[in-house]
Ligand binder design. Structure first.
Ligand SMILES: NC(=O)c1ccc[n+]([C@@H]2O[C@H](COP(=O)([O-])OP(=O)(O)OC[C@H]3O[C@@H](n4cnc5c(N)ncnc54)[C@H](O)[C@@H]3O)[C@@H](O)[C@H]2O)c1
Length: 266
């Protein structure tokens, strides 16, 4: 029970990594608000966590609209009866394909959710976290928050921006007792990843196996690996850690892998 007494909000909690984090924070003793644009989905998850709605509740929110983020935080404060202590700005969307083929609307949507939405939701949450006098603000970045990748230009730009946002907010809110960090995972098997891969292959399972085989550790992180890291950064065990982006990538960013030599060195 590493989060006993915590009051946690997770965005994008109707699915994938956000759902996994909300479940894990609750298992560790936190009361949780599951915020998502998919209110029905968030309700299903919240009810499966706590059918009585005493310790887990869903709130509808479109993070790309500032007023919606403010309303979400107000609803969370009413539910908790006080300020938020953990906020995980996790909701995000994919962007893949050649930049030259991307319509303006698709580019603006990816930026509106992944960057503007992360900023609006963090801004709303920081007012509350600052009042608590201690708090942890987490973002879900990506390996594309620290490394480039072809066919992912706009996504990469939005996630790199999160890395800078984390550093600046860590400096701005440290004296108010709020720690600010990000998690940067390589591909994890979630609906978002499957949807993205299905744009370029009919064999999504095969692609996921290949992705795992190509990582230095020969495996891909599971949602549990992501929630282990989120739990650590959210908890008091990370009390001296702020401004950091923690990469969860099975070694992908460690360097360039070369093929094994085909004959022993002479
Ligand atoms: N799965 C991966 O491989 C992977 C890797 C690196 C980073 N990420 C990041 O992890 C985060 C979660 O991704 P996931 O894989 O769990 O995806 P997912 O599609 O399973 O879940 C994303 C959730 O965000 C919600 N959402 C989308 N737009 C929203 C909006 N405007 N307002 C509120 N909620 C909104 C969706 O309804 C959905 O429930 C994203 O920020 C993504 O960029 C995922």
């Amino acid at each position: 029970m590493r989060l006993q007494g915590a009051k946690a909000v997770v965005t994008g909690a109707a699915s994938g990594l956000g759902e996994a984090v909300a479940r894990r924070f609750h298992e560790e003793g936190a009361r949780v608000v599951l915020a998502d644009i998919d209110l029905e989905g968030a309700r299903r998850v919240a009810e499966s966590i706590d059918a009585s709605s005493r310790s887990a509740v869903a709130v509808g929110c479109d993070i790309s609209r500032e007023s919606s983020c403010n309303e979400m935080v107000q609803a969370a404060e009413v539910f908790f009866g006080g300020p938020i202590t953990i906020f995980h700005a996790n909701a995000g969307t994919a962007f893949s394909g050649a930049l030259l083929d991307a319509e303006a609307e698709r580019i603006e949507r990816a930026i509106g959710i992944n960057l503007t939405g992360a900023i609006f939701s963090a801004k709303a949450a920081l007012r509350s976290l600052s009042q608590a006098g201690e708090g942890s603000l987490l973002f879900t970045s990506s390996l594309q928050g620290v490394l480039g990748r072809p066919q992912r230009s706009v996504y990469t730009a939005t996630k790199h921006a999160i890395t800078g946002l984390v550093k600046s907010l860590a400096l701005e809110f440290g004296e108010l007792g709020v720690r600010v960090n990000a998690l940067a995972p390589v591909g994890i098997d979630t609906p978002l990843l499957r949807q993205q891969l299905s744009r370029t292959t009919d064999d999504v399972d095969g692609r996921i196996r290949d992705m795992a085989a190509n990582l230095p550790l020969g495996r891909m992180p599971m949602p549990r690996d992501f929630t282990d890291a989120a739990l650590f950064l959210a908890s008091s065990e990370a009390r001296c850690i702020t401004g950091q982006t923690l990469v969860i990538d099975c070694g992908a960013s460690a360097g360039i892998r070369e093929p094994r030599p085909s004959k022993p060195a002479a």
